[in-house]
Design a protein around this ligand. Structure first.
Ligand SMILES: C[S@@+](CC[C@H](N)C(=O)[O-])C[C@H]1O[C@@H](n2cnc3c(N)ncnc32)[C@H](O)[C@@H]1O
Length: 192
């Protein structure tokens, strides 16, 4: 999908979710706040949640419409987030950051790997990368999510893409939805 396709989706759907992703929240809630990038932030649900915890957050997405909604919600919530319209595979943070969050960036493996590699390059030593995507197994034993296998990730692909980092965990997780169980893949990795 192109940026204009995502813009059109956000224009018609409105706010998708006001809550952070549950796995992201459970994984990151105990970290001490620092600087963070939410890559492919969409409407910024995870960025806004982090900002509310005291993180200094930059939310990056190539959909200006998605980010505009996030910006409005930041004003409503009284939190500060920097909103940057840019391509997640090539954008580079001007400073090293303590945390990069990537949630459901649906790209072919090579492009997702480029985004992860670029992000790894601006993680501070000891910094954390937390990623969650739809797993390719979701097509055969899960519900929802994109139906194009090319934009669904696997443990093997993510392990390879994050090999410059220390991998803490990379595994499938079940996500309960109103329509049944969805199969996600999660990655937590740390910079040396
Ligand atoms: C499924 S949404 C997830 C949004 C958000 N991370 C969340 O969990 O609510 C995928 C997002 O990825 C963004 N995206 C896809 N490819 C991108 C790229 N190459 N550069 C920047 N953003 C991209 C889309 O614009 C969209 O906002």
């Amino acid at each position: 999908m192109k940026a204009s396709d995502w813009d059109a989706r956000y224009e018609t759907a409105g706010v998708w979710s006001r809550e952070p992703n549950a796995w992201i929240a459970a994984t990151l809630e105990h970290l001490d706040p620092g600087t963070a990038v939410d890559l492919a932030a969409g409407e910024g649900r995870n960025a806004l949640w982090l900002a509310g915890l005291g993180w200094e957050v930059t939310a990056v997405d190539y959909s200006a419409v998605g980010l505009a909604t996030g910006k409005e919600r930041a004003t409503e919530l009284g939190v500060d987030v920097e909103w940057v319209v840019a391509d997640a595979t090539t954008w580079v943070s001007p400073t090293l950051v303590d945390l990069v969050v990537i949630a459901y960036l649906q790209l072919p493996a090579e492009e997702l790997s480029r985004a992860i590699g670029t992000a790894a390059g601006y993680l501070a030593p000891g910094g954390t990368l937390a990623l969650i995507n739809h797993d390719r197994d979701n097509l055969v034993r899960g519900v929802g999510g994109p139906q194009d296998p090319a934009v669904l990730a696997t443990v093997e692909e993510l392990t390879h893409a994050a090999s410059v980092l220390d991998i803490v965990e990379c595994r499938q997780v079940d996500r309960v939805t109103p329509n049944g169980i969805a199969i996600d893949v999660v990655l937590v990795a740390r910079a040396h």
